[in-house]
Write a protein of this length. Structure first.
Length: 254
């Protein structure tokens, strides 16, 4: 069970909704993934412009928890304004805080992220910040009271997988809230590795929406996350530099 604030989830796979080729493919991928949490950019919703397309229309909202994100924000003030817009429209209690500090890498601005989280926690929201793999920042966010920490595996949309598994494992080791690896997952193997490290969940978008067959990839990701989690819970064997014989040494003489 994945526990975020007051909410419990069976699925540990969180799905982004931004880049699918069409609504039908998106909905099939969401369904087959069995994800319970969907993230989307608030600024892509027609909250004050009814002429804009609304992807939420084609989804049965009863079946999901929505995790709007503050994509597009570059300051704490912008992120807080976007988050409040989503909160006040009754869409959600959870918010993914995303404050981008660098346009080329889309890596988060740590100081603005911290400031935004502080404000949104005061507002009473369930706050999930997107962060870099900085161990100290993760701890500071946790001390602030965020409900989960979401470090990037690698830059958003890069598909480069986990660039620094060591730092991610340090974050996981010290975490008292769920750690969800968010961004950069390229293949099912990356998702499995994240879960084997002990992550509580994986949030991804591009690896599924950009796959040649998004629906099949969504299924693969579902199994990858489950498999990684089972492997983590089962406890892998330690790595050793030398061989250990698989057959017993006693028995029939050779
Ligand atoms: C949808 C969303 O929130 C993404 O910005 C998220 O960070 C996932 O990144 P990938 O697209 O690299 O999986």
């Amino acid at each position: 069970m994945l526990q975020i604030g007051p909410y419990s989830f069976q699925s540990r796979l969180l799905l982004g909704t931004g880049k699918f080729p069409d609504a039908q493919t998106q909905n099939q991928a969401i369904e087959i993934s069995e994800s319970e949490i969907l993230t989307f950019a608030v600024r892509k919703l027609p909250l004050d412009n009814p002429d804009m397309p609304n992807f939420l229309e084609s989804i049965d909202l009863e079946n999901f928890h929505l995790l709007p994100n503050t994509a597009g924000a570059k300051t704490a003030e912008e992120a807080v304004r976007i988050a409040r817009l989503a909160y006040q429209s009754g869409l959600c209690h959870m918010i993914k805080v995303e404050v981008i500090g660098d346009d080329r890498t889309l890596l988060p601005d740590p100081i603005e992220t911290l400031r935004a989280c502080e404000q949104l926690l005061e507002d009473g929201m369930i706050v999930l910040p997107y962060t870099s793999d900085d161990v100290v920042l993760a701890r500071r966010l946790q001390e602030l009271g965020v409900h989960a920490i979401m470090p990037a595996g690698s830059p958003i949309g890069s598909g480069m997988g986990l660039l620094n598994p060591l730092h991610l494992s340090f974050i996981i080791e010290q975490a008292t809230v769920p750690v969800i690896i968010d961004a950069g997952i390229g293949s099912p193997a990356d998702a499995t590795l994240a879960m084997e490290l002990g992550a509580d969940g994986v949030l991804l978008n591009t690896a599924v929406s950009g796959a040649q067959d998004p629906v099949k990839m969504a299924l693969a990701m579902k199994y990858a996350v489950m498999s990684g989690r089972l492997g983590y819970e089962a406890g892998r064997i330690p790595k050793r530099p030398y061989a250990t014989a698989s057959s017993p040494e006693s028995g029939v003489p050779v």
